[in-house]
Design a protein around this ligand. Structure first.
Ligand code: COA
Length: 161
């Protein structure tokens, strides 16, 4: 069985991430979306909240599973019996960072490949940060995130305001 891991912070998951997950799922038998517990970022949603939102968003994808993980990505990939990491590339600006991470992961675990998928054009400039910024100011993000995420953002910003 060919498995790949699509990792990220997913704070929160957007339609751009879903586009990558949907396309990646067609290339493998099973896609595991790995939600990173602790990144260098200050997250709005807890790990449990982020995992729950990703699960709700991919509930209808037949061969996609969602797991939270801590520690090194390559260790998580190995623990899942996967052979590849999937990353989305949005614009040229992503390339340098992604290449650096790719090289480090390759050094840590040479047998794990990284597959890059180019994002669909209407999500090129989408990011979780921009979604959070707009939502925090009361703007609509309904065409950028799944409905559960839109509701969770509204609730979160009502609680914090
Ligand atoms: N559509 C929309 N937005 C996208 C996107 C797409 N297709 N692809 C990426 N993004 C956005 C994300 O929303 C995020 O935006 P934000 O910065 O505003 O939050 C940004 O691009 C990149 O985030 P993400 O894809 O979550 O990656 P990341 O840089 O936060 O890295 C891990 C997350 C999990 C891959 C990385 O931290 C990791 O591997 N951690 C484990 C520790 C480890 O092994 N480190 C060694 C590796 S060097």
């Amino acid at each position: 069985m060919k498995r790949a891991v699509y990792p990220g912070t997913f704070d929160p998951i957007t339609k751009g991430h879903l586009d990558i997950a949907q396309r990646a799922a067609k290339l493998v038998d099973e896609l595991i979306i790995g939600v990173a517990a602790d990144t260098y970022k200050h997250n709005l949603f807890s790990l449990d909240e982020r995992v729950a939102l990703v699960r709700a968003a991919v509930a209808e994808f037949a061969n996609v599973r969602v797991e939270g993980f801590e520690g090194l990505l390559v260790d998580f990939v190995r623990s899942q019996g996967a052979c590849a990491i999937v990353r989305g590339l949005r614009a040229v600006s992503d390339f340098e960072y992604e290449f650096q991470v790719y090289l480090m992961n390759k050094r840590l675990s040479p047998q794990i490949e990284t597959i890059f998928l180019m994002t669909t054009d209407n999500y090129t400039f989408l990011s979780s940060s921009i979604v959070k910024r707009v939502a925090s100011l009361g703007g609509s993000v309904s065409n950028l995130v799944p409905p559960e995420v839109e509701s969770a953002l509204k609730l979160k910003f009502r609680q914090t305001s």
